[in-house]
Write a protein that binds this ligand. Structure first.
Ligand code: GLC
Length: 586
């Protein structure tokens, strides 16, 4: 190599070394700030109807959320995902929207919303909106027009089909909330498709005017300064070119619509357009509710070449109710839960980012679901929190989860508000289960379990409302509530605060890699997070017995946080959760 070549090569090598690193979302960043704001924070999901009522109406409102921002700040929350607050007939508690750019008067006014955004900003808390774009309410003016004739300007905004020659529905698809997915409309003389309830007609995404209207609505909220979007039921927006009957999978002779329409080819074209016309260029995050996206397809959905930043994927939440059939629950083992979560961690290692969650407004309480054999729900809540707040990804906490809230079990199906609980109950009876068995399934899996009012204090209605709460408060509110737990150093709430602080102060818990440990153990859930020469280990005992930890994860282990007062490095007490540090020798 001559001198000139040598200098050229040296220059090239220096340039290569100077190339800026790329962050996990695929953007070029400086090393110091290798993660985006939403990868370093905690998200808190609020079900506004049940959070805090400031008017005595019995329904929560926006001002109630603003009033509790400091509480959320104390938990280290950086974003609030609000389930829908738009005008809605409330057939599915707001997931049936009749106006995409307004606030339901039950929750307050647009001025209240602006105030919430502004007060949030002062505290570094962003507001994230729920976009329900697979369907609208049947009371939306678009649908009222669409159903009025076959020739009106919005005739093609929803999915209309003629009856079969015998007058029956175009296909045998069963909607997610039970019964046929087709509803006859006398006015128009055709059937319309509804993936969910009859009152939730599916929008026709093939129509560019529909897409434009939906994208405009999302941009309206971006202009208001929101911090991101959760995109509802997004895997259903593309329908197959041909509508065919499915193989019957129940006594009703119908076939679940999911099998026929979820993740239809071409869906990503719609979503790329969505990204280009709405999300691109904004400092926000997007998380899609994407039932049924296979791990191998993830790179197409999230990250640099995908459409969203994160995807809610449900494999770990389905372990006890495969296929979401509540009357046929499955026994499950800890290794199944670990491998479901491990698969999501592996899948998001290089593509996108993982939204970690155990609860949301569609799931029962995690202490009942994931630790059914632990009678002490306080220790169950702390043990689960240890995993939730130390896995790799952005933790999503559902209101009340941080208090260790539990399921309810009401006497009659009539006491339940949730539309899906009624559908599952009827399905169970139709499948030959007794009323008691059908109700037992509802007790275990009803969405109302998570929707009972937030437990603020020990006063009437748990401090949620001075009126008549829209859904009964859980009877245990005098023991489990924010005011009591705030003062108790040993509470679930203070355990969440402790872990949140640990996460904020240690980059290894956000930027570090993840590796499963003791993968075959049916007793211990353990994993390591590593960054440079720092290694943190989380270990949780899922049994009611003291278990011994293998030397490689107990020797030289400095316990940073444990749910036990006097933890022992070599063992885990029953249901103990701990986080510790192992020094790695250089
Ligand atoms: C999503 C929501 C759920 C709602 C459904 C229909 O799954 O999370 O609450 O019922 O979509 O919009």
């Amino acid at each position: 190599m001559n001198r000139r070549e040598f200098i050229q090569r040296s220059l090239l090598m220096t340039a290569a070394l100077m190339l800026p690193p790329i962050n996990l979302a695929g953007d070029i960043v400086t090393a110091k700030d290798s993660l985006k704001w939403w990868q370093k924070t905690l998200v808190y999901q609020i079900y506004p109807k049940s959070f805090a009522d400031t008017t005595g109406s019995g329904t929560g409102d926006l001002n109630g959320i603003t009033a509790h921002l400091d509480y959320l700040k104390s938990l280290g929350i950086g974003a609030i995902w609000l389930t829908p607050i738009y005008p809605s007939p409330q057939v599915d508690n707001g997931y049936d929207i009749s106006d995409y750019t307004a606030i339901d008067p039950a929750y307050g006014t647009m001025a209240d919303f602006d105030k919430l955004v502004a007060e949030g900003k002062k505290r570094n808390i962003k507001i994230v909106m729920d976009l329900v774009y697979n369907h609208s309410s049947d009371k939306h003016k678009w649908f009222l027009e669409s159903k009025s004739s076959k020739t009106n300007p919005k005739a093609d905004w929803y999915i209309w089909r003629d009856a079969k020659p015998d007058g029956s529905a175009p296909t045998n698809w069963r909607s997610i909330f039970g019964g046929s997915a087709w509803q006859w409309c006398e006015e128009r003389g055709q059937y319309y498709l509804h993936t969910f309830a009859v009152e939730q007609p599916d929008l026709n995404w093939e129509n560019p005017e529909v897409r434009r209207a939906l994208f405009d609505a999302a941009n309206f909220w971006l202009d208001k300064g929101v911090g991101g979007f959760r995109i509802d039921a997004i895997t259903y927006i593309k329908k197959p070119a041909e509508f065919k009957d499915g193989k019957p999978d129940g006594n009703d002779g119908m076939s679940a619509i999911h099998a026929a329409t979820a993740n239809t080819n071409g869906i990503l074209d719609f979503l790329h357009e969505f990204k280009a016309k709405v999300f691109a260029g904004h400092d926000i995050f997007t998380v899609g509710e994407a039932n049924g996206v296979a791990a191998k397809d993830l790179p197409k959905w999230v990250g640099k070449d995908g459409v969203f930043d994160m995807l809610f994927e449900f494999s770990h939440t389905l372990i006890a109710v495969p296929n979401e059939v509540w009357c046929r629950p499955a026994d499950w083992k800890l290794t199944q839960l670990k491998s479901a979560l491990d698969a999501s961690q592996q899948a998001t290692k290089n593509n996108g980012w993982y939204p970690i969650f155990f609860e949301n407004h569609d799931r029962p309480r995690s202490v009942n679901y994931f630790m059914p054999k632990n009678p002490d729900k306080k220790s169950a809540a702390k043990a689960l929190a240890t995993i939730l707040l130390t896995l790799r990804g952005t933790p999503f906490i559902f209101e009340g989860e941080e208090l260790g809230c539990t399921n309810v079990a009401w006497d009659s199906i009539d006491d339940y508000n949730d539309i899906q609980s009624h559908a599952q109950y009827d399905f169970a009876l139709n499948e030959g289960f007794t009323k008691a068995q059908a109700l037992d399934a509802v007790h275990k899996f009803s969405r109302d379990n998570a929707r009972t009012p937030m437990q603020w204090d020990s006063t009437k209605n748990a401090g949620f409302t001075t009126g008549q709460a829209w859904l009964p408060v859980n009877e245990n509110y005098r023991d489990i509530n924010a005011a009591v737990e705030d003062k108790d150093a040993d509470s679930v709430l203070n355990w969440y605060r402790k872990l949140s602080k640990l996460r904020a102060e240690n980059d290894v818990l956000t930027a570090g890699s993840y590796e499963i440990l003791l993968a075959d153990s049916e007793e211990i859930f353990a994993f390591a997070r590593t960054l440079g020469n720092q290694k943190f280990i989380t270990a949780v005992n899922f049994t009611d017995k003291t278990v011994t930890l293998p030397a490689e994860i107990s020797r030289g282990f400095k316990i940073l946080a444990s749910t036990e007062k006097n933890p022992d490095a070599a063992t885990l007490k029953p249901f103990e959760g701990r986080v510790g540090e192992l020094r790695i020798k250089n």
